[in-house]
Ligand binder design. Sequence first.
Ligand code: VGL
Ligand code: ZN
Length: 205
Amino acid sequence: MHSASPRENRVLLVVDVQNDFCPEGALAVPGGHELPAIINKLSRRFAHVVLTQDWHPEDHLSFASSHPGEKPFSAIELPYGPQILWPDHCVQDTRGAEFHPDLRLEHCELIIRKGYLREIDSYSAFFENDRTTPTGLAGYLRERGLNRLFLVGLATDFCVAYSALDARRLGFEVTVIESACRGIDLEGSLEAAWKQMEEAGVVRA
Ligand code: VGL
Ligand code: ZN
């Protein structure tokens, strides 16, 4: 780690590199298993590393199994807006919710869990899907002067994109490192996410 200056204001935000988002996981993202090696290497250039961990109760409302008759990947309307229904994934304290075993980020300073409220999903590292209930991450980063965010992880078009867009909205400088992300791509969601991110001033690196 060469940049450990106390004034270092860059932070690597590693989104949801968990077993369930890797091949053989419950909500497998193609190529997800390629990320640990890439991110381990990248992380050496960052003094500050923060991880997010998708962390759902077993009856979470984003699971198709919580809505009899509904199938995974269909969309429904919840009080806070449209919600895609997912296969059960990242259930608290299960193997699927653990970080990929090859991830070696021992200098990670904070793990932020999200999606733990049954009634509401949370793609973004900053807000629940109502886009108003904060996770506390913005306050943490601001208090520590970490205002230049570099995002990597899973999935590009959901948790990475939502986090990047919220970070821009909150006034952070944001770069998404494309080679260290993988997408789900439901009905063009990957291209749409990049378009939205670019319009919001996210740097695509
Ligand atoms: C995610 C769908 C559901 C993600 C999490 O990490 O992108 N996607 N939960
Ligand atoms: Zn989830």
